[in-house]
Design a protein around this ligand. Structure first.
Ligand code: ADQ
Length: 462
């Protein structure tokens, strides 16, 4: 079995199984089975600018965790700058929030070069390399420039934008060439892959043959690999005796219907629009006053970026408006907290919620929607209200699909979820759970690695 090397912006802590998300669990599992390396930023910032950052290696269960500190300038230009002020908003179709500076783009390429220089000497001839997400699009090109000839795959966790939006980036052509330097490029959904091939055709005059791109002196395979969750683990968590937090929540609800939302606090998640829709629901259906509670859990992220401080203010204000207008001395319709919650507890909270409200404006996949389904009680499941613009909407067909921009539409869906019979809830839930059991995160991981190694065999035959 070939050794695997994974590279992502951040590397999870070795042995930290409790707080890690599904992606970390699956990639770690694959790494431990094959032996390997996981390389990325430590999350630490060195105040003194060293000429070449040092890597620290920790070995744990057959895997070398290699972490690199960045300088303050690297963090500002690569992470806060090009990755999160240019690529993230633009790839989520928010050109109005997109800021581009050549200095930051240079920082982005510089950090990719740093990772490549640290990794290249560690790579053995037979290793397979798997790069994750928008922070690292140029990494294969940088590794190739250092003579690395191995199979290198890339998975994009976020959407790929429509061509006319992608071309807003002054370096769009360079990024496209960077992507074709991978042997395999994985997208969450077919429309995202189609956006990339449409761009290649319209802007670069490159046609794809099926899922194969032959351009810029290389052949690259494209594919759709929808990421998933560790379904069995979530089912197990949800079925374990309820934690004290979950019991406190149940007691505090006093029999009211709970609608739960869990998101990183990010403008792509549509939280202010969702809160407005809850306000509209309470306006249209006063019979739900004092019978309905919405809980929004949204830990803050990327706080150094002004748009993220702004979204926190916006959500708090929207929640305050709805509570002020509809609340009473013994009832606030919306509870808004910025806490991070352990995964086992999260499963209990999902199960306690009659409605899971997941309404991003645009999302690569959205794992919360899958976790919510997996955590439900099969005999009395809740209803998922899901944005049609989440990647997961293509798989979770038993959800009530909504357009998050249509406040009235979401309000009607909330009412439909509150009123839905147990029979209908079960008939919507069962096929979704079956799907999540068949296509869990381990399957996702295996499919991607299989495609990356299978194509190696084909290349050798050719
Ligand atoms: P995210 O944008 O972070 O991921 P999502 O897919 O929903 O979005 O994953 C969030 C994860 O964080 C979930 O596992 C969730 O349980 C966890 N989480 C969120 N809030 C939490 C809280 N308060 N406490 C504890 N855990 C919390 C990006 C893309 C997505 C894509 C994933 C994976 O934006 O579209 O699905 O990567 O590819």
């Amino acid at each position: 079995m070939q050794r695997l090397i994974a590279i992502s912006n951040r590397v999870p802590k070795p042995g930290d199984r409790y707080t890690s998300g599904g992606l970390s669990v699956a990639v770690r599992h694959a790494l431990e089975r094959r032996g390997g390396i996981w390389l990325g930023w430590s999350g630490e910032v060195q105040e003194t600018a060293e000429s070449e950052p040092k890597a620290v290696t920790t070995r744990w269960n057959n895997v070398d965790y290699v972490t690199v500190d960045l300088t303050r300038r690297d963090e500002e230009e690569y992470y806060n700058g090009f990755a999160n002020r240019a690529l993230w908003p633009l790839f989520h179709h928010r050109p109005g929030l997109t800021e581009f500076a050549r200095r930051e783009m240079a920082g982005y390429y510089r950090v990719n070069q740093i990772f490549a220089r640290i990794l290249a000497p560690m790579v053995k001839a037979n290793d397979i390399i798997w790069v994750h997400d928008y922070h690292l699009i140029p990494l294969a090109s940088e590794l190739r420039a250092l003579g690395v000839k191995n199979r290198i795959g890339f998975f994009l966790h976020i959407p790929w934008p429509a061509p006319e939006l992608f071309t807003i980036l002054p370096n769009h052509a360079r990024l496209a060439v960077n992507l074709v330097n991978y042997d395999l490029v994985g997208f969450q959904t077919k429309p995202f892959m189609d956006n990339f091939t449409a761009y290649l055709k319209e802007e670069m005059n490159v046609s794809t043959q099926g899922c194969v791109v032959e351009a810029f002196g290389r052949i690259s395979q494209l594919g759709v690999y929808p990421i998933s969750i560790d379904t069995e683990e979530f089912v197990r968590f949800a079925e374990a005796p309820a934690s004290s937090i979950a019991r406190r929540l149940e007691a505090s609800l006093q029999g009211r219907t709970l609608a739960l939302s869990v998101d990183r606090l990010d403008y792509s998640k549509g939280i202010p629009q969702r809160i407005d829709a809850i306000g509209r629901f309470l306006e249209l259906y006063p019979e739900y006053h004092n019978r309905f509670t919405a809980l929004q859990i949204a830990p803050t992220t990327r706080e150094a970026i002004p748009e993220y401080a702004e979204i926190n203010r916006e959500v708090a204000e929207a929640a305050g408006r709805v509570n002020g207008r509809f609340g009473d001395i013994d009832w606030a319709p919306i509870r808004y907290i910025n806490k991070s919650i352990g995964r086992a507890t999260l499963a209990h909270l999902y199960r306690a919620a009659r409605i899971g409200v997941v309404t991003p404006l645009r999302d690569g996949m959205n794992l919360v929607s899958k976790e919510y389904v997996a955590a439900q009680d099969p005999l009395d499941p809740g209803v998922l209200v899901l944005s049609r613009f989440a990647g997961s909407a293509r798989e979770l067909r038993g959800a009530l699909l909504v357009n998050p921009y249509d406040i009235d539409g979401v309000a009607h869906a909330l009412r439909g979820a509150c009123e839905m019979s147990r029979e209908e809830r079960i008939s919507r839930f069962e096929p979704m759970l079956q799907h999540l059991k068949a296509y869990d995160v381990h399957r996702w991981c295996d499919d991607f690695i299989h495609a990356l190694t299978r194509d190696r065999a084909l290349a050798m035959i050719a």
